[in-house]
Design a binder for this molecule. Structure first.
Ligand SMILES: O=C(O)CCC(=O)C(=O)O
Length: 212
């Protein structure tokens, strides 16, 4: 599965380079966000419906679950910037909220190579204002005294947190890429609060508590 995901990321990074090195919040040779993998690849779609994910999401969210979003996030060595503190809901506010983010480590994620950090309890006050910056939305200062808890993970492990949880990832000071596949699950149906529209065409993962 990692090899399949790497292939998507490699092709995407080439496209970003052709566009001059920047596309949205992706920057070639620093950090890339490669989305819609499950929508493009049947094996990856099947992976996102594994029994472990059905169990986690139905226990924490409810009986009817959709795949809300999925993306590979690769941080290149020497990519000199953090990915700043934010809530995932900050990018697209939705109802019902929160949804669940499963951050899967494709290789070991460490403080040295830019693992994520989370701020415990930060999900309790709902969606907070975010400031737009060239490196992503920001809702909390990287200079604040409390820099949360780094979540180091062995390859194959998952960090599970709510879409309202403040999180960031650190600078990659190692010699290699830090590789993650982020899979987000929501209750179904889900509404985009900016447009008011139902988000249809999502991959169904569970109905009535059972895998689809
Ligand atoms: O994996 C990372 O470096 C950060 C990704 C992240 O926070 C996100 O996609 O919301």
């Amino acid at each position: 599965m990692t090899e399949r995901i790497e292939e998507f990321q490699r092709r995407h990074e080439e496209e970003i380079r052709k566009k001059g090195g920047v596309e949205g919040i992706s920057r070639a040779d620093e950090i890339s966000f490669t989305a819609f993998l499950a929508e493009s690849d049947g094996a990856i779609a099947a992976f996102t419906k594994r029994p472990e994910f059905v169990a986690i999401t139905t226990q924490l969210l409810g009986a009817d679950i959709d795949l809300y979003w999925n993306q590979a996030v690769f941080k290149a060595p020497e990519g000199a910037k953090e990915f700043p503190w934010h809530q995932d809901d900050g990018y697209t506010p939705v109802d019902p909220s929160p949804y669940l983010t499963l951050w899967l480590a494709l290789n070991d994620a460490t403080v040295e190579n830019g693992c994520i950090s989370v701020l415990p309890g930060s999900h309790k006050n709902g969606l907070v204002p975010h400031e737009q910056t060239p490196i992503g939305l920001v809702c909390y200062s990287s200079d604040a005294l409390n820099q949360g808890v780094p979540v180091e993970l062995r390859a194959g492990s998952i960090a599970v947190f709510l879409s309202l949880t403040f999180h960031k990832s650190g600078v990659n000071r190692s010699n290699g890429y830090r590789k993650a596949y982020i899979v987000q699950y929501s209750r179904s149906p889900l509404r985009n609060l900016r447009t008011g529209e139902l988000m249809e065409n999502k991959i169904a993962v569970a109905r009535n508590g059972e895998a689809v």
